[in-house]
Design a protein around this ligand. Sequence first.
Ligand code: 0PR
Length: 351
Amino acid sequence: MQRAAPQDFDRVLSSMCTEPHPAAREAAERFLATNPGDPGTYEQVAELEREAVERLGAITGLSDPAGYVTSGGTEANIQAVRVARNRASDSTEDPNVVAPEHVHFSFRKAAELLGVELRTAPTTGHRADVDAMAELVDDDTVALVGVAGTTEYGFVDPIPAIADLAADAGALCHVDAAWGGFYLPFTDHEWGFDHAAVDTLTIDPHKVGQAAVPAGGLLARSADLLDELAIDTPYLESTSQVTLTGTRSGAGVASAVAAMDALWSEGYREQYERSMANAEWLADQLDARGHDVVGPELPLVAADLSVPMTAELRERGWRVSKTGAGEMRVVCMPHVTRSMLRSFVADLDWY
Ligand code: 0PR
């Protein structure tokens, strides 16, 4: 079996993807040519997809979950907005979605594609400000969004308060835990279906879940929410489809199940503890050097570095990214080890 060259991820501090678990890699290869979009023909992978959804339900606190394995967080978020829009189609012709300003840009794609207005509220301390969100809610609001593990800072929004606001408005509550979802079960954060009246949730096996790309996840509290997405498929054995794409990756589905079988829950817990300790170590190192550090709340560190970093560090092979405010951002994914961070800090000291 061919192995990925370990150096592929050796200096990558910017990505939300990671080296797949060996069992996930192997499963992906076995199911490369299967299509869960045609469950009548590819029964085995269709059964695996049901198992994937069951396991994602266990991770997010939902028994009897509805959902499917998407191409990623973008598709899951687009579909969640579509569920909310379609569900309210009788009550509004001018639907809007209210979200904190740090929502992932996939919601902008959703809004544009679906003819929904995206209203974004200012945040306080990198966290959703529920009062500011409330000011944007009106009779045409079809969904409120909270992020559990923001893309830029890894912070967790107050999901129970956002869910309450959604319930009061008669709107759906969607949680975007695309990145944070496989770290959060080992924290005290209230983020999942068991903590609040969450209706739909994004959680991506191909990020912290250590599955192969593409494997995102959309979960819904009940099957009738997904029915809002059903399109008739007259010539397939199955009669309707709720997914956005048609042919889909059986590799993603099979690898998601293999990764979750191997790692849920102890393996993910150990990974969370290792990654969080690494993030805290890095934050301390940067703080000791006089930088302003944001976080870590989950294993993601942002810091205000005055060195003109990106180009020089890139030349030395490092891949780091910046927040919108220009801070350096290091995502402590499973492939990011303490020794990697030690050599990164040593290279920073060089400037
Ligand atoms: N929701 C959140 C909170 C995310 O952080 C992301 C991706 C998405 C949704 C969308 O997920 P997909 O990219 O699976 O559709 N956030 C990263 C970003 O946009 C994605 C990423 C992943 C970037 C790997 C770089 C990379 O190498 O920054």
